[in-house]
Design a protein around this ligand. Structure first.
Ligand code: ZN
Ligand code: ZN
Length: 641
């Protein structure tokens, strides 16, 4: 008999050679129907693989990321089986699972595949899936593996086998298709109920441009047809909300090849939006005892040698800027922290002065690979809503709680009601990887865990995910269509105070090192605004809207009245514009709807005569006539809510 420990800590006895599937069956048939694979002593295995020794076993289902990955990787085999059936002689590269779905790199020889072929392939996959063929694992010798793929004339598999040690090679067969694979896989193809091929791309074999370009086929599969429908709907919805598309339509930001890739240009409306966000956060920060500072966009190379950033990013980032003076070099600022450390050092600090909280909307530059750039979410220059808190070790918890409050305040104001937090701690088995004393780590880790619990956050704790210089707390938000984004972060740092020799005088009159906390509730202005655009589909809360109203005069005759209204609203800090175009009112309304302007104020003869406005709200329609004073009150009420 062997002992199997399940995730809930219970231990069950089974015969040696039991499989995860049999374990599932011994618990419930319903569970067994959903088991895709199992984690055995931390390694993902086929559910049908015999377990020969005492082990801890976690059964993996669709709801488990590792279960999903196994499912999608197995679907890549199914795609290959379908391709081989439809296009005999096809050669196969690799077919991994990706974040959503899978791909397979394929050499079709002379044939060029197009999306017109997708339907036929998808149908074939489902036909093969219905056969419920098992994925059968078979260890093979290197010689046999070479013989098999030589016979099949698949140079890609032969190239892969070349690097594998004899004795570690396995084949997996489902139906008529055999693949070289380490596994694991789902029990049988019958779990795949819906398949969709998404796109095609070229991919060099082994990522090497001097080698052959294969066709990469991206696909996704689901255990229920309804899940595919939902997924396709989500993609459509995401396309509509794409911040790159909306950013252009709403005239928020642009990119110019001439200025440089990944360097956003903020247009007037985008700038207005961004400034409102900054003012909002800055106001909250001032209330929480932060002091605003400003530092230059460049710094002496030595500054970043001291901070360690040069060693870490120097070679892969923007290269130093030289000056006419021999040997003098500056770097574009990759981080604001070193500058803030120097501000801390401008005067002696006592224990009574701490915490010192320095905040800056600081623009930093990092050289991202051109292929990695994506709208505002991956850029080469961005502005962090940065702040550094310099505190005593006994203040870490209190400061952490305050920062959590601030982050939650920001999320609430912007309608992110669904969030979780990840606590990243050090790996207790590998303490030498980290800088800072055991005592301080214990203090900071407890502070984070306790603050998160006291603030009622839903957290996951990840061991070994801390930075080498300190533990951290990261916030993930779920947007309106269920996608997860990492936003704000709070990070404890023992490293920089050491490197910059920061000090304060304690109550004992001795010198002590402060602890530094880095924090950014938005993360960066660029990324946050991108996420916000996609979350609210461009319908910003009224207080953030760069244009809160548009006045639509029915004809030229009412322009003076329109101007008078506009001035009156602007005096109350309500901003907007007038549509002076010589267009029909219906057209003006449609255009204002497209621009997602929250309020449309229609003025004609009746309104001008009675000193009223006819109000329409974006997405809601007609709100009727009201006086300008009533309208103002409505807006002010909405903004303050
Ligand atoms: Zn496989
Ligand atoms: Zn920092």
């Amino acid at each position: 008999m062997i002992s199997i420990t399940l995730p809930d800590g219970s231990v069950r006895q089974y015969d040696k050679g039991i499989t995860a599937m049999q374990i599932a069956l011994s618990i419930s048939e319903g569970l067994a129907r959903n088991v895709l694979a199992a984690e055995v002593n931390g390694e993902v295995w086929d559910a049908s693989r015999p377990i020969d020794e005492d082990s801890s076993v976690k059964l993996l289902t669709w709801n488990d990321p590792k279960g999903k990955a196994t499912y999608w990787h197995s679907s890549a085999h199914l795609l290959a089986e379908a391709l081989e059936a439809l296009y005999p002689g096809t050669k196969f590269g690799i077919g991994p699972a990706i974040e959503t779905g899978f791909y397979y790199d394929v050499d079709f020889g002379d044939k060029t595949l197009s999306s017109d072929d997708f339907k036929q392939i998808e149908d074939k996959m489902i036909e093969l899936a219905k056969a419920k063929n098992e994925y059968i694992r078979k260890p093979v010798s290197k010689a046999d593996a070479i013989a098999y793929f030589t016979e099949k004339d698949d140079e890609y598999k032969l190239d892969l086998i070349k690097d594998l040690p004899d004795g570690a090679i396995t084949f997996y067969t489902q139906g008529n298709f055999t693949d070289l694979c380490r596994g694991p896989h789902i029990p049988n193809t019958g779990f795949v109920k819906a398949a969709k091929l998404m796109s095609l791309a070229g991919a060099y074999w082994r990522g090497d441009e001097s080698r052959k370009q294969l066709t990469r086929i991206y696909g996704v599969t689901f255990p229920k047809a309804s899940e595919l429908t939902e997924y396709l709907h989500l993609i459509e919805e995401a396309k509509k909300r794409d911040h790159r598309k909306l950013g252009k339509e709403l005239e928020l930001f642009a990119f110019s090849e001439k200025v440089g890739m990944g360097l956003p240009l903020w247009l007037p409306k985008g700038t207005a939006l961004r400034e409102r966000l900054q003012n909002f956060l800055q106001k909250a920060q001032v209330k929480s005892g932060y002091e605003q500072v400003m530092t230059p966009h460049i710094g002496h190379k030595n500054l970043y040698i001291t901070s360690g950033h040069y060693e870490k990013y120097g070679a892969d980032s923007f290269q130093p800027i030289k000056t006419p003076q021999e040997g003098e070099e500056f770097l574009l600022k990759p981080m604001n922290c070193p500058h803030h450390c120097e501000i801390y050092k401008t005067k002696p600090r006592s224990y009574k002065d701490l915490p010192v909280r320095l905040a800056e909307f600081g623009t930093v530059y990092r050289y991202e690979q051109s292929g990695e750039l994506h709208g505002l979410t991956r850029v080469r220059g961005f502005t962090q809503d940065d702040a550094h808190l310099f505190c005593r070790p006994d203040q870490v918890k209190e400061e952490f709680k305050k920062v959590i409050d601030l982050v939650l305040y920001v999320f609430k104001a912007l309608g992110f009601n669904n969030y979780t937090a990840q606590v990243s701690l050090r790996d207790p088995e590998n303490k030498t990887k980290y800088i800072g004393s055991d005592e301080n780590w214990a203090l900071a880790e407890t502070a984070i865990i306790e603050s998160a619990a006291e603030k009622g956050l839903t957290t996951v704790v990840e061991l070994g995910e801390a930075a080498f210089y300190g533990p951290k707390l990261d916030f993930m938000v779920k947007d309106a269509i269920g996608r997860k984004w990492q936003l704000g972060t709070i990070q404890v740092d023992y490293n920089l105070p050491e490197r910059f020799e920061l000090e304060y005088t304690g109550s004992d009159n001795q010198k002590h090192r402060p602890v530094m906390i880095h924090r950014a509730p938005f993360g960066s202005m660029e990324r946050f605004i991108a996420v916000l655009i996609e979350h609210c589909a461009g319908n910003f809360p009224l207080w953030l809207s760069p244009e809160q109203f548009i006045i639509l005069p029915i004809s030229e005759k009412y322009e003076d009245y329109a101007k008078k209204l506009s001035d009156e609203l602007k005096d109350s800090d309500i901003c907007g514009l007038i549509d002076f175009r010589d267009e029909k009112i219906g057209r003006k309304i449609r255009d204002a709807e497209v621009k997602k302007i929250p309020y449309m104020l229609i003025v004609g003869e009746k309104e001008a005569a009675e000193g009223q406005v006819s109000v329409r709200k974006h997405g809601q329609g007609d709100l009727g006539s009201m006086s300008i004073e009533e309208f103002k009150q409505q807006i002010i009420k909405e903004i303050t809510v």
